[in-house]
Design a protein around this ligand. Structure first.
Ligand SMILES: O=P(O)(O)OC[C@H]1O[C@@H](O)[C@H](O)[C@@H](O)[C@@H]1O
Length: 247
């Protein structure tokens, strides 16, 4: 059904980059925040300034992960150790939490100024999945997922949401761990083997594989089909409309 194996009853959709064109918005905010931080640090230390690479650094260290994991993993890759701080830290604080809230202010500014685009093929897929009686959840690392679903009107097409807010409240491990997808499946009363995971991030398809889900659909928006496959995708499409057409 809808390009999925017959055992599949449930669809677990990532949000940013799968349903909405917001992976690029997050990517731009990460780049703005890290470049500001790395440049100031290089100037202070008299060290060479190596900017954030919006393709490689984003995909390898940040994409699909909860916000603070993204900060920690990029800093670790650069050999930078900062204090954790707390969620009360100002965006100017040079702490993991401070850099996280600096990035969040930048992403919210972009979402509000530029708006959010929904991929047409994804909206059509969600509508077709609802009509076909498939269960539907959004599983996102973003703490802003609720707002994005609300402003796009997608909330009405989704039964369950597990997001960055859930991760903090329930102390779940973020992607590439499978815990957020497993939590969404459990809320819908579905077994992992009955679920299809839809993901554009390498950390996300890896979570799909780690959770032994029934089917992992890699959504390739940036030309990384081979890496999506090697990290866990059973099939790779460039748009969900391809699955509807195949069906
Ligand atoms: O900072 P937020 O909105 O909580 O989002 C965390 C992460 O959420 C993921 O969905 C995105 O792929 C990442 O780019 C983003 O950084």
């Amino acid at each position: 059904m809808l390009g999925l194996p017959s055992k599949i009853t449930t669809c677990l959709f990532d949000l940013d980059g799968v349903l909405t064109d917001t992976a690029s918005v997050h990517g731009a905010a990460w780049q703005e925040m890290f470049d500001e931080f790395l440049q100031a640090r290089a100037q202070r230390d008299g060290a060479p300034y190596v900017p954030f690479d919006p393709v490689h650094d984003y995909e390898a260290y940040v994409d699909g992960k909860p916000r603070l994991d993204g900060v920690r993993d990029l800093l670790a890759a650069r050999g930078i150790v900062l204090p954790e701080g707390t969620d009360q830290d100002a965006p100017t604080a040079e702490t993991v939490n401070g850099l996280g809230s600096r990035k969040n202010a930048m992403v919210l500014r972009r979402i509000h100024e530029d708006g959010v685009t929904v991929f047409d093929g994804s909206r059509r897929y969600l509508v077709a999945a609802e009509r076909a009686g498939l269960r539907r959840a959004v599983v996102s690392s973003s703490a802003n997922a609720g707002e994005v679903l609300a402003v796009t009107g997608l909330a009405a097409l989704v039964e369950v949401r597990v997001d960055g807010v859930t991760i903090s409240a329930e102390h779940l491990a973020g992607k590439p761990a499978p815990d957020t997808f497993l939590a969404a499946a459990a809320r819908l009363g579905s077994e992992p083997g009955e679920c299809a995971v839809f993901e554009d991030a390498l950390a996300g398809v890896a979570a799909g594989r780690a959770g032994r889900f029934g089917y992992v659909v890699g959504v390739d928006r940036v030309g990384q089909a081979q890496q999506l496959r090697s990290h866990g995708a059973d099939v790779v499409v460039t748009d969900l409309a391809e699955l509807v057409e195949a069906a």
